[in-house]
Write a protein that binds this ligand. Structure first.
Ligand code: 13P
Length: 333
């Protein structure tokens, strides 16, 4: 691992993460989420299969043409690929930055039934030191905002915004780039307009807190949801409507000092996420890079093709490469 890779100033790392037409692969599912995804694909949910699956993704030939960095979960970040190479080293040697999810999950928020606050600040400073020493260039923290009857509450937005900002400040202090991920969930009957309003309120609160905590906007990446109607909304929206609502919301809330916005896919169909990304880039030029940091929309087909069979790793890698290439092309739309 070259020290140059580890110690580059955070502004440069952030730009590397979002520029060059490349995106970020989110392969940081928690153990329980990964287990249910493996089971869904008929793969036994074991430590070895979780490791083998991520090793298959990370070692995809040529992946760095479309992917600038990979977010790993802590259990995988500290493990090794099949040939005994630590995962962060394998990423860097393949031409991609290594990142790690550092939150410890969304936990019930006191006094706010059905809402959560993401935790993980205790001991974070010390953990960050060890992640940086092991080759991490960036980190991720995901806050979850639910839309529903009377939700989200101002309390849930404020608690999550403050935790995200305190996380981001600690990460920059450690010389790493924070991915700030507020996900307004797609789950529900709400309309496109309601998603836009909640996303706008959430992002405004987050940037207020980031400023209050002294976070350098030039050294972070924002990972928001796209503005889409709820998955049970009676009215569907066209890609053009989604794109214009999303861009309008971001223009109202995201300072131009932020180098890039890398969307999560949030349960949209694989093709739909790519279509929306292309549509939004087509509305440019924008003041920030408009990129992707998809999980499911990049890996769902790869997991299905691999099925836990060592002999099918090449098929899984081909499926990942195809989606990575398609999304990189969507950025150039
Ligand atoms: P999806 O693209 O599957 O929503 O995952 C992105 C992510 O990192 C969620 O935390």
């Amino acid at each position: 691992m070259s020290t140059d890779t580890i110690q580059r100033p955070i502004g440069e790392i952030a730009r590397t993460m979002v520029s060059g037409g490349r995106g970020i692969l989110a392969a940081d599912e928690s153990v329980s989420t990964m287990n249910s995804r493996l089971e869904g694909a008929g793969v036994p949910p074991t430590v070895e299969q979780r490791r083998a699956y991520r090793a298959m993704l990370v070692t995809t030939p040529g992946l760095s043409a479309w992917i600038s960095g990979i977010i790993l979960s802590e259990d995988i970040f500290t493990a090794s690929t099949g040939d005994g190479k630590p995962f962060p080293v394998a990423c860097v040697e393949a031409g991609m930055l290594a990142g790690i999810k550092v939150d410890t999950g969304a936990k019930a928020l006191a006094g706010a039934p059905d809402e959560t606050v993401t935790e993980g600040l205790d001991g974070l400073r010390e953990r960050l030191e060890s992640y940086a020493a092991a080759g991490a260039s960036f980190t991720k923290w995901r806050a979850v905002i639910k839309i529903g009857d009377g939700l989200p509450t101002p309390r849930a937005i404020a608690a999550n915004a403050q935790a995200l900002a305190r996380y981001a400040a600690l990460v920059q202090e450690a010389g790493l780039v924070p991915i700030v991920e507020p996900e307004v969930l797609m789950t529900g009957e709400h309309s496109l307009d309601r998603c836009a309003a909640v996303t706008e309120t959430t992002l405004r609160s987050i940037f207020d807190e980031l400023t209050a905590q002294g976070v350098a906007l030039e050294g972070m990446v924002l990972k928001p949801n796209m503005v889409v109607p709820g998955d049970r909304c009676a009215t569907s929206s066209s890609p053009a409507e989604v794109a214009s609502a999303t861009i309008r919301t971001l223009r109202r809330t995201v300072p131009v000092a932020v180098p890039g916005i890398a969307f999560l896919s949030g349960g949209q169909g694989v093709e739909m996420a790519t279509t929306h990304l292309a549509e939004m880039n087509g509305l440019g030029p924008h003041p920030w890079e408009l990129s992707f940091s998809f999980g499911r929309a990049l890996v769902d087909l790869a997991l299905k093709a691999w099925r836990g069979e060592p002999g099918l790793a090449g098929d899984g890698q081909q499926a990942l490469a195809e989606r990575a290439r398609a999304n990189a092309q969507a950025r150039a739309a």
